[in-house]
Design a protein around this ligand. Structure first.
Ligand code: GAP
Length: 459
């Protein structure tokens, strides 16, 4: 098979992200802070939409998964019991010449890639951030910023069973910040020190775990495809026994062809009964399950799909990016799935003349409570279309002088650049239907039959 080449360079994504207010370097005016990023107005919308799409498919559309939001700071014993204190360590080496530090696992040769210098012996470095709880900074008050959200779900297993009466198989889902003091960060937001995860712990009867594992690999792969990532840019990579995390019996990564090459996008692990058994022992509280049907007590196995919000955002941006030759200049388009697009429609009056502005602003205000819309009346209409294409807005609504007469506006589609003219009274319904992937049957002006047909839903 021919080797695949990434379709966009990272520099282009970084530059677009910064220029258009998706992502800025953290604390930039102080020179930045390595591995930390700030999300701008479009970045937060995109992030929210990713979280929302995940929550929708993992929690809202299922009756076997419930949500939870647990504290970032947990009892320090959690991390002893879970094995993170002992095992969440990376081998750190330092160049004796330029003093750059590297994760030994990431290196190809045994010389510093920057200056060719010799390395120190590897020493093990725990990647959890430490802080102190309360006013006294002593060893008794040490707590950790969680390096994964998963432990919050394990320690609440019994609370969920008791309060929801859920029967196996069922899952607990959580989204939230995690922190890792990574030795090397880089490739933009791909690996950072503060990031957000979306994890789901699916508790199953032992013996059914292999089958559920396969199920979740498939489900999660399809989620990315449904949201627009090209199938050929996704892969699956099973971890070898030596590479498996200390808690896992099997792990498959969903990989993506990032600008820096194929890399993990999401991991699906079979965590067996490791965590629940460890916490049962560590806390003294039995964390097992009573099966009404078989009248047995057992410790469930856990299948865990775990993905980063930031890393998915990077994949969605890279995959959506396209440069198209245009008459005067290149047209840059982000072909975001409508569910992810930060702005769903832009309202563009053809001129700033007062009567047109008043009309266009009314159109905008009517849509605003229902859709993420933007009003833009600066520069030429062509430039405004380009600006919206570049941030992935699926629809531009143009208001012209004819609109004042016939109370119709033009919808221009980002991907096809096709235009249709619709009555203002039908605009919201039409945009909503189009965003949901329904076909619209438009009759010429005058023929007032208006029909929205169910087409191929995009999601
Ligand atoms: N609970 C299992 C767990 O945390 P992981 O493979 O270490 O597994 C899951 O992390 C996902 O979280 C990764 O696939 C990635 O998407 C994201 N992730 C992990 N470390 C990250 C980092 N330093 N920066 C950004 N995202 C990260």
């Amino acid at each position: 098979m021919a080797e695949q080449i990434p379709t966009v360079e990272m520099d282009k994504i970084v530059s677009l992200a910064r220029r258009r207010g998706f992502i800025y370097p953290g604390s930039e005016i102080y020179g930045g802070i390595s591995g930390c990023w700030d999300y701008g107005p479009l970045g937060v919308e995109l992030k929210r939409n990713i979280r929302q799409a995940w929550w929708q498919s993992m929690v809202r559309e299922r009756d076997d998964i419930v949500g939870i939001e647990t504290s970032i700071l947990m009892h320090p014993q959690v991390w002893v019991t879970s094995g993170h204190i002992e095992r969440m360590v990376d081998p750190l080496v330092e160049c004796k010449n330029c003093h750059l530090r590297y994760k030994a696992d990431d290196l190809q040769g045994n010389r510093c890639p920057s200056c060719g210098g010799e390395f120190t012996e590897a020493r093990m470095f725990n990647v959890m951030f430490k802080t102190f709880i309360g006013p006294v900074e002593d060893s008794a008050s040490v707590v950790y910023l969680r390096p994964e959200t998963a432990q919050g779900m394990f320690v609440n297993f019994d609370n969920i069973v008791q309060s929801t009466r859920k029967k196996l198989p069922f899952g607990i889902a959580q989204q939230g910040k995690s922190f890792r003091n990574e030795i090397t960060t880089g490739n933009f937001i791909f690996r950072s020190r503060e990031f957000e995860q979306m994890e789901m712990e699916f508790f199953v009867k032992p013996g059914t775990d292999e089958q559920w594992f396969e199920h979740w690999v498939q489900e999660r792969f399809n989620w990315f495809v449904k949201l627009g990532i090209k199938r050929e840019h996704l892969g699956l990579n099973e971890h070898s026994k030596e590479k498996l995390a200390h808690y896992a019996k099997r792990c498959i990564d969903i990989t993506y062809l990032f600008p820096h090459g194929w890399a993990e996008l999401e991991g699906i692990a079979n965590r067996t009964d490791f965590d629940l058994k460890q916490h049962s022992q560590g806390s003294g509280k039995t964390l097992d399950y009573y099966d009404d049907e078989t009248k047995e007590h057992y410790t469930p196995y856990v299948i865990e799909p775990a993905v980063g919000v930031d890393r998915s955002l990077l994949a969605f941006m890279c995959d959506a990016y396209e440069e198209e030759p245009d008459k005067e200049e290149t047209r840059v388009v982000l072909h975001f799935h409508p569910a992810l697009a930060p702005i769903k429609a832009a309202i563009l009056p053809l001129s700033k003349k007062e009567n047109l502005s008043v009309f266009a602003k009314d159109v905008y205000k009517d849509l605003r409570p229902h859709l993420a819309v933007q009003y833009d009346d600066t520069q030429s209409i062509g430039r405004r279309y380009r600006r919206q294409d570049e941030v992935g807005t699926p629809f531009c609504v143009t208001v012209d002088f004819q609109s004042l007469e016939d109370k119709r506006v033009t919808i221009r589609e980002r991907d096809t650049m096709n235009q249709i003219r619709v009555p203002v009274a039908e605009l919201r319904r039409t945009l909503t239907a189009k965003l949901e992937g329904e076909d619209i049957l438009v009759l010429p002006p005058g023929g007032e039959v208006w029909k929205i047909e169910r087409g191929d839903k995009k999601q």
